[in-house]
Every structure is written in C-alpha cells, then in structure tokens.
Design a protein around this ligand. Structure first.
Ligand code: SF4
Length: 401
C-alpha cells in the first residue's frame, strides 16, 4: 500500500521544492509559512539553476524512456524552473507524442446524485449546504445518458456525493450494468469502496476509478474535511490499491491544486502515481490536477489561486516524471488553457460537462463547482482536430479485455 504522508514529511518536501527561490508565503498555510520565512541564499539559487539545466539535458537525451529521480522532480517543481518553462513544455510535448501519439480521449461526467454526508469546505455538495438534493432514478439516468450518447460520448464517468444510504452499492451496480450496454467504458468517482465491492462493480462492467486525494498534506486535509467518511485520509489514500487489486483497469488519481502547498502536493501525487504504475502494471494509471473553482457554499473563499505559469510547470513536470501516465484536464480550466495544454501533455479531457444531477436533459440542480470551458462535445472535438489531434470517443481498450 502507498505509505501515508506525515505532516513533517510534507513540510520537508515543500521546503526542498521551494528551495531558495522566491515564493509566495501567502499560498502556504500554518507552520510551513513560518518555516519558509528564510532569506534566499544566492549560492543555492545558482545551484538550482544548474540543476534545472542538468535535469532537462537528461530528459532530452533519454526521451520517453527517461526515469527522473524524486530529487529531479523537486527541481522541476521549484520556482527556479520557471525560467525554463518553454524548453520544459517542448520536452513534455515530445514525450507525449512518443508515448501516446496525437490521441486525445474525450469522456463526459454524469452526476447521479448531489446528496452527501460529508463536509468539505470547498464543495457545493457539502452536507451543511442548504441546497436541494437530488438522486437520479434509473429512468432519469437513462435520459441523461441518452443525451450524452447522442452527443457522441462513449466513455462516461458516474459521480455521486458520499452517501451510502442514497447511492448504495446496489444502485451503483445497476447504473453501471445498464450503461455498459451502450457505452464502451464506464468509470466511477464515488465514495471509497472495499476491494470486494470494487470486484462486484468490476463484474457489472466497471472500467475505471477516479479518486481525488484532494491534498496529501495531513494537517490541511483535516482542516478542510470536517465531517463524514471523507475525514478518513488513510482509507482514501489506499482506495486506488483496493481497486487495483480488484482488477479495475483504469486508475485516475488527483489532487485539488490550491488546497495546500501546490508543488508539494504535485510531488506526492507524482510519487503516488509512479507507485501505482509499478504495483498495478495491468491498469492504466493517470493523474489529474484540477485547480479550485468557485462552488455554492464555499466556506474558504480566501484560498489563493495558482498562477497559470506555475500550473503549466506542474503539468509539464508530471509528464517528464511520468512518461507512461495519462494526464487529465477538466472543464474547470478555460478553453484557451485546455487548447494550449492539449498540444503539450494532456491525454484525456472531459467534454460538454455539467456538474449537477440532471444537468444535461432534465431540470438541473446545484452544481458541484462551476466550469469554465463550456464548449459542446462537437465544438471541442472540432477545435482539437484543428490542432491536428485525433479525437477518440470510444475507449477501444475496453473492447480488448
Ligand atoms: S467533495 Fe465529495 S465528499 Fe466532499 S462534500 Fe463534495 S461530494 Fe461530498
């Protein structure tokens, strides 16, 4: 199992990444912010400059077979690497084309329920939010799915809040089995399950699991997860292991960039993904790094945003450290950012998304978060093809296993 991360380790990683370069202490909570109030050391800064050049030279020489060390990943995540963003992006694009060709896989989320027994300070579905709750019944699920099918979508991601009462295992199993008749791939992003429960859903047709750790910083995790099953950080951390053991063939893990020190979260996320790639080689492992977006009832609007350049650097660093991993980019990002990153390191994108149950063909409900890229599936597909990318709507791998 992927080892848990202690606060001390998380702080140490964040310090090493931030190094001696300029950083925004306002982005870093609590004790870490205090620890970072040290003056830049010129010699260290110069060393980091040479380090970035050395790491990129190694990537250039080895191409997609490169295996960067954890220390090299820290160098790429450090603010010192900002000056090398263009070469980083070029190398990331080269590796993506070598490993994945010009393919962009599209999928769509289908929200089954916004009922949730957990409280997360950044989410519109939080238990305390006085908002109408809705759980789709099977006819409504089919209506929503029919809409997406007509749009051309063949890979669907089913989402719920964390309510074992309103969306129990039997409910998920039936939804998966029904939708598998028309869709080439069905994935879930729901509450954490046990290994046997993943096996049961796998038997019903489940192809993939998406699970966000949100942040790997234990102290921050406790601050933003106040109630419900979501409070159990370690149980959530081991969720991809349980799904991998159960034979789920697509594992997508992610962090919500901005909840804690983003570079440190990206670092641990990357190591977590590499661990899964080695441990569950029969599964396709991918990472996702959405930035926080506004949501109804958001209790912590002071959470700072992540500048675009930093965000691009994190995604490029993920590609250079994880040449074999898929990288997802959601509709939380703008169309401009998505088009740009599609040419560099992204392999999977959500399309035409609605984040409320019934949002496609029925009367919608409260959104989990607002989206930025509002293009339809057809519009997004056309824009990607104009960039010479091959848009894939069918998940062919699902037909081969
Ligand atoms: S992030 Fe998930 S668990 Fe937390 S409130 Fe939202 S739906 Fe519930």
């Amino acid at each position: 199992m992927f080892a848990g991360v202690t606060r001390r380790e998380f702080d140490r990683v964040a310090l090493m990444i931030s190094g001696a370069a300029a950083f925004r202490t306002s982005m870093v909570p609590g004790r870490l912010a205090e620890a970072l109030e040290m003056q830049p050391d010129l010699q260290t800064a110069l060393n980091q400059k040479h380090d970035v050049e050395r790491v990129l030279s190694r990537v250039q020489a080895a191409g997609a077979s490169v295996q960067l060390s954890d220390a090299e990943l820290q160098v790429l995540l450090s603010p010192s690497a900002d000056a090398w963003l263009e070469p980083m992006a070029r190398l990331a694009a080269d590796i993506t084309r070598q490993r994945f060709g010009r393919i962009m896989q599209l999928y769509a989320p289908l929200y089954l329920s916004n009922t949730c027994m957990s409280t997360c300070t950044y989410c519109g579905f939080s238990f305390e939010n006085k908002t109408p709750r809705r759980t789709l019944h099977s006819t409504e699920i089919q209506t929503e799915a029919e809409y997406l099918h007509k749009e051309g979508i063949r890979h669907i991601l089913l989402l719920t809040g964390e309510s074992y009462r309103d969306t129990p295992l039997a409910y998920l199993r039936k939804a998966i089995a029904d939708l598998k008749e028309r869709f080439s791939a069905v994935s879930i992003e729901v509450y954490p399950l046990k290994t046997d429960e993943y096996r049961e859903l796998r038997a019903a047709g489940l192809d993939g699991l998406t699970i966000y750790q949100e942040t790997y910083d234990p102290e921050r995790y406790a601050q933003v997860h106040l109630r419900g099953m979501k409070k159990r950080m370690q149980y959530r951390l081991e969720c991809p292991d349980r799904a991998g053991i159960a034979g789920v063939r697509k594992l997508v893990i992610g962090a919500l960039a901005g909840l804690s020190d983003p570079a440190a979260d990206v670092y641990v996320l990357a190591r977590h993904a590499r661990y899964l790639l080695h441990q569950y080689w029969q599964s396709r492992v991918s990472v996702s790094l959405p930035r926080l977006r506004p949501a109804e009832g958001l209790q912590d609007p002071s959470i700072p945003g992540i500048p675009d350049r930093d965000y691009v650097r994190y995604l490029c660093a993920l590609r250079l450290y994880l040449p074999d991993a898929g990288i997802y980019l959601s509709t939380r990002e703008s169309s401009r950012m998505r088009d740009h990153m599609a040419r560099i390191c992204i392999t999977d994108m959500s399309a035409g998304s609605k984040t409320d149950p019934g949002g496609y063909a029925l009367e919608g409900s409260t959104e989990q978060f607002s989206i930025d890229d509002t293009r339809s599936v057809a519009e997004l597909g056309a824009d990607l093809r104009r960039q010479d990318l091959d848009v894939i709507l069918n998940d062919w791998a699902a037909l081969l296993v």
